[in-house]
Structures are given as structure tokens and as C-alpha cells.
Design a protein around this ligand. Structure first.
Ligand code: ZN
Length: 305
């Protein structure tokens, strides 16, 4: 409350108004390159046929369900690559090695166009419930396929279903990874105890929750309309930009490769680019920046030491 005064400066007796406080604007959480206000990591999880096969091998014979999964690598990825090239934005593709093996030209095209490829299991296995040895075996087989087939050693790992085990960061270090993109403990990167960088995500910035639907087996609920999803993601981007966060958007080509959703992505990315102060980067670029600037992160956890 404050006293009002007349234009001649004389106090106005017994009159007061409520003054709205200035917008809440905390210090940015992270120092991004070139004074950018936030980072944007665009992720495509190319689950393809493993979406069905990881659930049950018999789904291979459910041709309609299986074909919906095939739409990702066969139609979604080429279309999305076209948009990304048009907009000249970087992206990281997390690909189960089964999908890389069965779509070698798609995988090579992603690499040839300069996008990053990260590991995402072999058959999109849920890590929860696996032993450390089973998980290591999957990493072994998966990395062998990327090495033999494409001559690459992925630097990034996104766990299928985002779920990792207590030993996963150590396994990732053993296998030469630089970063993990699976946890949800923060909205800026942080270090695991062994030095592996974590680039966290969140379910709100995932297209499965917005767009997935299959009748039987039942996947998803009701596909949302693109305007609603645009608002959801744009509002989060603008707020994350205010707070200096890392906007990690995770899309699946069998969902976000559908025409109206490619248009949605074009609209979102164009608006993000038009702010002029967002750093669009691959996971390995973000991890490298953090490793070179370990003090970039501002901790706000009141219990942190
Ligand atoms: Zn996945």
C-alpha cells in the first residue's frame, strides 16, 4: 500500500491503492554461451518398430499397429530432416540400435546432414528390472552396431522410457559416454558424481503424452490439437527462458512426423528463433559447454552443500 499524492505533490488524505509488485524475475540458473538466455535441446527418439517389439514380438504380425511404428523412420524422419535443414537448427537423434540396423540409410542420412546420433537401447528395453550385467550387454551390442555400421561412438545416452538404474551413470562412463539425457531432477544440466553430464528432460515437453494413440494395445489417450500443444510448449519455453533453463523437447517421428505436427514444430522453432537469445544446441555441445564451464550452473537447492 502507498499513499497517493495529487499532481501538485500534496498528500491525499486517507487514500491508498494496492501496487502490483514487479514480475518475479530470479537470477538465471545457468550461464549459456554468448550471453544467451536459455538453451534448447531438440531430441528425436526414433523408436520406430521397437515401440511395438519391446512390448511383444508378436506385435510384428499386427500389421496396422506395426505400420504405425514404421511411419517414424520411413516418413517422419525424412520430413523432419527437411524442416530442420530448412530452419538450420541442430538436433539430437536417439536411435535404438535395432532401428539403426534396420534403417541404415535413414541413420546415415541423419549423420550426413550433421545431426547428432545418441544411444537409446537396442530394442528400446526398459532398464528398470534389468541387472547391471544385462544393461551392460545391451550397451555392448548397441555400440558395436553404431561402430561397425556407421563408424561412430555415441557421446549421448537417452534411456528408453527415460528410466535409469543406480549404476547406469557408471556404465555410461565405462562405455565412453559424455552425457545422459534421462533424469528429471532439475531443469538445467548437472554433473553425476562420476563427471557424466546430465541434461534433464520432463514429461510436459514430450509428444507421446500429447499425440500417441493406438487402439489395441492401448497406447496414449486422445490426440491433442496442435494449438493446445503449441501453447503448452511455448509457455514453458518462455518461462524457462526467463529462468535461464534448458528447454529439452523430446519428439517421436511416428507422432511428430505427421503433417500438422511438423507445422506445429515449424511454428514453435520459428518463434523460438525469433527471440534471438536462445542457444539451440545438440546434447554433446551442451555437455561440452558445461564441462568447460563447470561454474555455469547456479544451485538453488536449499539442502545442497
Ligand atoms: Zn524411446
Amino acid at each position: 500500500m502507498r499513499r497517493c499524492s495529487r499532481s501538485d505533490g500534496t498528500p491525499t488524505a486517507n487514500v491508498s491503492v494496492t501496487v502490483a509488485p514487479a514480475p518475479y524475475q530470479p537470477e538465471p540458473r545457468f550461464a549459456w554461451p554468448d550471453g544467451k538466455r536459455c538453451a534448447v535441446m531438440l531430441c528425436f527418439d526414433v523408436d520406430g518398430e521397437t515401440t511395438a517389439l519391446a512390448e511383444h514380438p508378436a506385435l510384428r504380425d499386427r500389421l496396422t499397429t506395426f505400420s504405425q511404428c514404421q511411419y517414424g523412420p520411413e516418413v517422419g524422419v525424412p520430413r523432419l530432416l527437411g524442416l530442420l535443414e530448412h530452419l538450420r537448427v541442430p538436433a539430437t537423434f536417439f536411435i535404438p540400435s535395432y532401428v539403426a540396423e534396420h534403417h541404415p540409410r535413414m541413420t546415415q542420412a541423419i549423420l550426413d546432414k550433421g545431426f547428432e546420433v545418441g544411444a537409446h537401447g537396442h530394442l528400446h528395453e526398459k532398464l528398470a528390472g534389468l541387472t547391471r550385467e544385462q544393461e551392460a550387454k545391451i550397451l555392448d551390442a548397441s555400440l558395436e552396431i553404431f561402430r561397425e555400421g556407421f563408424g561412430i561412438v555415441p557421446k549421448g545416452h537417452r534411456a528408453p522410457w527415460f528410466e535409469i538404474n543406480p549404476w547406469t551413470p557408471d556404465l555410461l562412463l565405462d562405455y565412453g559416454f559424455e552425457y545422459s539425457a534421462s533424469m528429471m531432477r532439475d531443469d538445467v544440466p548437472f554433473f553425476h558424481g562420476n563427471g557424466i553430464v546430465e541434461i534433464p528432460g520432463q514429461w510436459m515437453l514430450e509428444d507421446w503424452e500429447q499425440f500417441a494413440f493406438n487402439a489395441d494395445p492401448q497406447w496414449g489417450v486422445i490426440p491433442e490439437d496442435c494449438d493446445k500443444v503449441y501453447r503448452l510448449w511455448w509457455d514453458e519455453f518462455i518461462a524457462m527462458r526467463d529462468y535461464g533453463c534448458c528447454f529439452t523437447l523430446t519428439l517421436h517421428p511416428w507422432l511428430s512426423g505427421r503433417p500438422s505436427r511438423v507445422k506445429l514444430l515449424e511454428r514453435l522453432l520459428t518463434d523460438i528463433l525469433s527471440t534471438g537469445d536462445a542457444w539451440l544446441a545438440t546434447g554433446s555441445e551442451i555437455a561440452a559447454w558445461f564441462k568447460a564451464n563447470p561454474n555455469a550452473r547456479r544451485t538453488i537447492d536449499l539442502d545442497a552443500e
